[in-house]
Structure formats: C-alpha cells, structure tokens
Write a protein that binds this ligand. Structure first.
Ligand code: ADP
Ligand code: MG
Ligand code: MG
Length: 194
C-alpha cells in the first residue's frame, strides 16, 4: 500500500539514484539517442526533491500530483511528459485507492496513452509492464529481477523514440528510459512499497 510516508521516501530515493547515476543514464542514451537522458532526469529530480522537502502532504495523491508537476516542467525531452503522465495517472488513481497494483498500472497506462508504445518497442513501457505483470501474479520483486528487466531491453529493436531512427542498429543497447524506470522501481522496493 502507498502511504504519504513511503511515497515520499521512494521519490527521494529515486531522486538520489538518478542524481548518482545521471552520467551513466546519459551514456546509455549516447549510442541510441542524443546523450541527454541523465541530464534531463537529473534536472527533474533536483526540482522534485526540493519541492518535496519540508512540505506537508495529507494524501498520497497530493505527493504524486506534485511529482507530476515537477517532472513535467523540469525534465524535458521525450521522457519529461512521459514521467509526468505516469505520475499524473498515479495521482488520479490514488484518489480512489492506495493499493499498489492499480496505481502502478495507472502509471503504465498514462505512459502508453501519452507515448503510444507497446511492449517490445524498447521503451520504459517494457520495464513498467514487467512490474505490473509481477504484481498481478503476486510474485516477489527484488533488485535482481528489476536489473534483468532493464537489461532485457538490450535485445530489442526500438520502434518508438529517437532510438527507432537506428532500426536494427538499436539492438544491443539498454534503453535509457528503462534504466531510469528501473531506478524508480528499486526505490519503491527500498521504500517498502512493493
Ligand atoms: P529524448 O529522446 O527526447 O532526448 P530522453 O533521452 O530524456 O528524451 O528519454 C529517452 C527515453 O524516453 C527512451 O529511452 C525511452 O525509454 C523513452 N521513450 C521515448 N519515446 C517513448 C514512447 N513513445 N513511449 C514510451 N517511452 C518512450
Ligand atoms: Mg535523449
Ligand atoms: Mg533530447
């Protein structure tokens, strides 16, 4: 179950992981993109973590709403509106329930509504879908599984986003947005949400 406390903790962990790994995220985006994913995300999470600090939230949806706003207006690139949509859909769902599965599922739907990517297109959707599937089957999610899901995007050919311009040449590289999404789910794990 999401609570105000574990949601805040997860988002702070996410911010820290993105900050610590932003150079790596941009390195992943270099062979199959324009090399800015880490810088884009880092700008967003810096704004996010300062917006969350010292703020009082009464409800989970308020936390996701704030996260949506900060990511939407500070990340930029393709990933900004996608993470923004994920958080906004999660906020909407959190007004009805604080259960983990429907909220994460709503996040995935938000990403797909915005970006029109399907499973196998080598985007962050691939990692989000794996998490939703595992939650649906009530499987335990650990850091190893998350890493595997991120790494399995290597084998895919990109059909959406900048990497799709490379066609077959996009095979063999981890999708950067899947890696940043991996950090998001590792953060949910460490915060005790999933
Ligand atoms: P840009 O490509 O504009 O430079 P970023 O580098 O910040 O943006 O983000 C790239 C990431 O965004 C990709 O690795 C991929 O995971 C994700 N992405 C791009 N297009 C889509 C889409 N249509 N649906 C889902 N995710 C996408
Ligand atoms: Mg990029
Ligand atoms: Mg860019």
């Amino acid at each position: 179950m999401f609570t105000v406390e574990n949601t805040l903790k997860a988002l702070q962990l996410f911010s820290q992981k993105v900050e610590d790994n932003h150079v790596y995220l941009s390195e992943l985006d270099t062979p199959i993109g324009d090399g800015d994913h880490g810088f884009n995300m880092n700008r967003g999470v810096k704004a996010l973590s300062s917006a969350l600090e010292g703020q009082d939230f009464n409800e989970v949806f308020e936390v996701f709403q704030k996260a949506a706003m900060e990511l939407m207006s500070n990340v930029g690139g393709a990933s900004g509106p996608l993470y923004g949509s994920a958080m906004l859909s999660m906020a909407k769902k959190a007004k009805e329930t604080t259960d983990v599965l429907p909220i994460v599922q709503a996040g995935l739907e938000g990403i797909q509504k915005r970006g029109q990517a399907q499973v196998g297109d080598k985007t962050m959707v691939d990692v989000w879908q794996q998490v939703v599937d595992a939650l649906e089957k009530d499987e335990t999610i650990d850091a190893n599984k998350i890493t595997q899901w991120v790494e399995s995007t290597k084998d895919l050919k990109a059909n959406k986003g900048r990497a799709s311009y490379l066609g077959e040449r996009s095979v063999g590289y981890i999708d950067p947005g899947s890696q940043s999404s991996g950090y998001f789910f590792e953060s949910l794990l460490e915060a005790g949400v999933i």
